[in-house]
Ligand binder design. Sequence first.
Ligand code: AMP
Length: 211
Amino acid sequence: MSNDKKTARFRTFLILGAPGSGKGTQGKVLGSIPRFHHLACGDVFRSLDTRTTLGQKFVEYSSRGELVPDDVTVQLWRANIKQRVDSHNFKPEIDFLVLDGIPRNVEQAKYMEEDIEVLRVFHLSCPDRTELARRLRKRALKDNRFDDASEAVIQNRFATYEAETKPILEHYAGDRIVNIDASQPPAKVLYDILGGVMTLDAWKELEKLKV
Ligand code: AMP
């Protein structure tokens, strides 16, 4: 990869965690702070017209608690992020990208290496699956999430996370991983994430810019 290509990669924070660990909540709050741009892959999928081939594919896989195939997912993600850059909604020169729900497995992480420079992986850890399932059931009612409504699908989502998503932690192993206790109140989780961001040189450089 050329140096030009390297500098063009988006400076990115990943929020990683099992379904119900609070990725979306944290991503949304971070995204409301200037210089952080949040993108949730699940939201991009949910915004698709279900009459389209891709929209139908999403319903087919997500209703089983499975991942949509990698090639279409990364293509959709690339198209979506390009729109955000073109519309100046996301300004990569001055904004950090906060990704939640993507990459969802090591294959996607490899595909995306040419697009993103991962600065930190915030791992929202909550070994208590009963608590996570409780949160998902609550969300199913509140947000009309069909994939969180059935017990079998919830369990399959956890199994998919363990088998496919968790190995991402090994892929990025080292200083970039920040483990955070996701059973803490959301404000404390946010505090821990921001603490991790503010030790970074990239953050300190941005502070100097005063944009
Ligand atoms: P989420 O809102 O992140 O829990 O995603 C809901 C569903 O969308 C998942 O269960 C998958 O079926 C699909 N999905 C979201 N992100 C991805 C991804 N990066 N790769 C494959 N499927 C995804």
